[in-house]
Design a protein around this ligand. Structure first.
Ligand code: SF4
Length: 279
């Protein structure tokens, strides 16, 4: 009998630049068609990470110089202790809030600027907006999502933040056209300064291409950081809570190697850039 053994390529962490904190694994006020999280169809799950878990992780990482802490989710700004966790993380490094923008109004943007000014570290934002056409955007995300994201970006710009607009090219459109359409939405507020990152969408349910290992030649999130969740340490936000991305239970002892064997890995490789980290 012939047996074929397929070996996955291993990614090794090169530098601990980015700490991703999964503020909630399943709680979000939107429902995007392409989301990598499997949400329960009807019930809202309030699974917020405890502040104590974050405090302990930051203690374990006290000798590690991290460039940026990313507050991720599902939707991180739904966390009831969001403000105090933000302040806690800013003591360690810069913080990037990865959000759909629905919790950022003028008052919140002003408050966030005040929090930043009290700290020696900066706050960055990744705001999800998938299309310049309101109907197309809301068809992917949720009714009203377009307006919330556009207003959030404008409020943040008003307080001198430069949010990164993260676009998932769900319709597989011409990237230049997509970029120009989104840039036009904000060019009156911040001419020429809008930061837009377009990511190619890849269906997580598709079959893994066994040749992906040969194509790896770019930066991956799992090479530059780890994700903290209520369940332990994982390779990246995509694989948080997934046994295939498990690296350990705390930052005293965790794995720096991870096999690239999931369809999510194809998304990273196809995009040839970090999906969550700021390049
Ligand atoms: S999903 Fe991406 S970041 Fe996560 S382990 Fe796979 S290649 Fe690395």
């Amino acid at each position: 009998m012939n047996t074929t053994v397929r070996k996955s390529q291993i990614a090794t962490m090169k530098n601990f630049d980015n700490l991703f904190i999964e503020m909630t694994a399943k709680y979000c006020n939107q429902k995007c068609k392409y989301c990598y999280i499997d949400f329960p169809p009807f019930k809202k799950v309030e699974d917020f990470i405890e502040t104590e878990i974050i405090e302990n992780a930051l203690k374990d990482l006290s000798n590690t110089k991290i460039k940026c802490i990313y507050l991720t989710g599902a939707e991180p700004m739904t966390h009831p202790n969001f403000n105090s966790i933000l302040r806690l993380c800013l003591k360690k490094s810069a913080v990037c809030i990865c959000t759909n923008g629905s919790f950022i109004n003028e008052k919140k943007a002003r408050f966030l600027k005040k929090v930043e000014e009290e700290s020696t570290n900066e706050i960055f934002f990744r705001i999800s907006l998938d299309h310049y056409d309101e109907i197309k955007n809301d068809d992917i995300r949720y009714r009203g999502a377009y307006r919330q994201a556009v207003f959030a970006v404008k409020h943040l710009m008003r307080y001198n933040f430069t949010p990164i607009i993260t676009v998932t090219n769900y319709y597989n459109e011409n990237q230049q056209v997509l970029w120009e359409g989104i840039n036009k939405l904000f060019s009156d507020k911040n001419p020429g300064k809008t930061l837009i990152e377009i990511k190619q969408w890849h269906d997580k349910n598709s079959v893994v291409n066994t040749n992906i290992a040969e194509k790896i030649q770019h930066k991956l999130d799992c090479e530059y950081g780890r994700t903290l969740s209520t369940k332990g340490i994982y390779s990246c936000p995509f694989l948080s809570g997934d046994y295939r991305g498990r690296c350990g239970s705390n930052f005293k002892d965790y794995s720096k190697n991870i096999p690239l064997e999931t369809s999510f890995c194809m998304t990273c490789i196809k995009n040839s850039t970090q999906m969550f980290g700021i390049n």
